[in-house]
Design a protein around this ligand. Structure first.
Ligand code: GDP
Length: 440
């Protein structure tokens, strides 16, 4: 995410290395580079200029600080300003209605339908809500069908009236249906066009007026950069929406939209989409995003994700197995499943401080565990529980069955062996000492 921008900012800060004190000259030079990096990331010209002016004013006033290295001080000022620019505090979602009505707006292809599903799934699994999805696209039957596919995949009901050509009526009927059937959130997915047009704007404005949503969310594809910001402006003038959803942040986005949109429309980014799957949704935290942009990682999110996936019962089961020397490949596989649930590898690596930079040239596969899983699936149940049985002949069979090379099977066996040994050690008396040393 935003690798190019991170890289350029990092280079800009190098200018200050070795200087004892922040002077106007070296600050100006660094900030010129910062501005260039922002412009390259497709940040609006005026925003980039104001940004560096503000940082400069703050930096010059602070050369008395001796506890920090000037480079670090400037990085901190840039981080604070980036956080501020992206909205400062995290913006929550208003769920006070009964039912809460959420209207999704945006261009076709921005990711509205996908995000409607992600939001429904988020509210269902994380907020204990009973959401209803509403298909209000009267032009494209395929769009209605797509919402059904999404709804099915997450177990959320979809409301539609395929024969009705009046989106206002459909939305109103859906809300009645929700009230009568105990749904407490209604997510209305509307029609989108490939570009802003008058008819679409009139239509969504009518729906907006009629259903008075608690939340009107504008969905925009982050890959479209400055176009995203301009579309946001147009939609905001008509709908006065409550928040922005930035989708496709997992792609090769330059970052301009994320950085500029808040200050142009003065509406916060509430969520971001980071993939096509239903759980690829994140609450947007400006400070965490600023830290990621500056290559500081996002340890808080990483730990949160790990905690979300942590299954205490499973952990206890595994512990017992290790103690009894029964840890096998099936357990290994279930550990991999847990890690996978935390998100895709590229995204996770991006959250580790410094890792993005260190692994810049390493090609990370989206499905980094593909080969390992294939190898384990090619083992028989007995082999999985008693890996010691796997001899050369069996290895050759497993490699053939999984479409891998025998070296890959050997490598996995070795990794598994090392991991088992290490886990055993952590459990023994040595492990307890280690825990004590770490303050546990
Ligand atoms: P809509 O026309 O606004 O309803 O857009 P869709 O929900 O149909 O999304 C358009 C395309 O973008 C689909 O192929 C989605 O799978 C894809 N998409 C949506 N959100 C994301 C995201 O966060 N990341 C990625 N990589 N793809 C996304």
């Amino acid at each position: 995410m935003f690798d190019n921008l991170s890289d350029k900012l990092d280079k800009a800060f190098h200018i200050l290395k070795g200087h004892g004190k922040i002077t106007e000259v070296n600050v100006a030079e660094t900030l010129k580079e910062v501005r260039r990096a922002l412009l390259d990331a497709d940040v609006n010209f005026k925003i980039a200029k104001d940004f560096t002016t503000k940082v400069k004013e703050k930096a010059i006033g602070q050369d008395v600080l001796t506890t920090l290295q000037p480079g670090q001080l400037l990085v901190k000022l840039v981080k604070d300003e980036l956080t501020e620019l992206m909205g400062g505090d995290v913006a929550g979602i208003n769920l006070s209605g009964n039912p809460t009505v959420i209207l999704m707006a945006g261009l076709q292809g921005s990711g509205k339908t996908t995000f409607s599903g992600k939001l429904a799934n988020y509210l269902l699994t994380k907020k204990n809500k009973k959401p209803l999805l509403v298909a209000c696209d009267i032009y494209r039957p395929a769009a209605i069908q797509q919402l059904y596919v999404v709804g099915d995949s997450i177990g959320v009901e979809v409301y539609s009236e395929p024969e009705n050509k009046n989106p206002v009526e459909i939305a109103q009927n859906a809300i009645k249906h929700a009230k009568a059937n105990g749904f407490n959130v209604v997510i209305v997915d509307t029609a989108g066009r490939l570009a802003v047009d008058a008819e679409m704007m009139d239509e969504i404005e009518r729906v907006h007026k009629a259903i008075q949503p608690q939340e009107t969310l504008f969905v925009v594809d982050a890959m479209t950069g400055q176009d995203a910001v301009n579309t946001a402006k147009t939609f905001n003038e008509r709908l006065n929406f409550d928040g922005v959803i930035l989708t496709k942040l997992d792609g090769d986005t330059r970052g301009g939209a994320a950085i500029s949109i808040k200050s142009v429309v003065n509406k916060p980014i509430k969520f971001v989409g980071t993939g096509e799957k239903m759980d690829a949704i994140d609450v947007f935290y400006p400070i965490r995003m600023a830290e990621r942009i500056l290559g500081m990682g996002d340890v808080v999110s990483l730990v949160e994700r790990a905690q979300e996936q942590f299954d205490e019962e499973e952990a206890r089961k595994i512990q017992k197995k290790i103690a009894k020397n029964e840890f096998g490949f099936d357990d290994f596989l279930s550990q991999i499943q847990q890690v996978k649930k935390m998100g895709n590898m590229k995204d996770l690596v991006g959250m580790i401080p410094g890792a993005s930079k260190a692994m810049k040239d390493v090609e990370i596969e989206d499905d980094a565990f593909k080969h390992i899983e294939a190898i384990i699936h090619s083992m028989t149940p007995i082999e999985r529980s008693k890996p010691a049985l796997i001899d050369v002949k069996r290895k050759a069979r497993i490699a053939k069955g999984s479409g891998t090379k025998i070296e890959q099977v050997n490598q996995l066996m070795k990794q598994f062996d090392q991991m088992s040994k290490m886990m055993k050690m952590m459990q023994g008396p040595g492990g307890k000492n280690l825990m004590k040393m770490m303050g546990g």
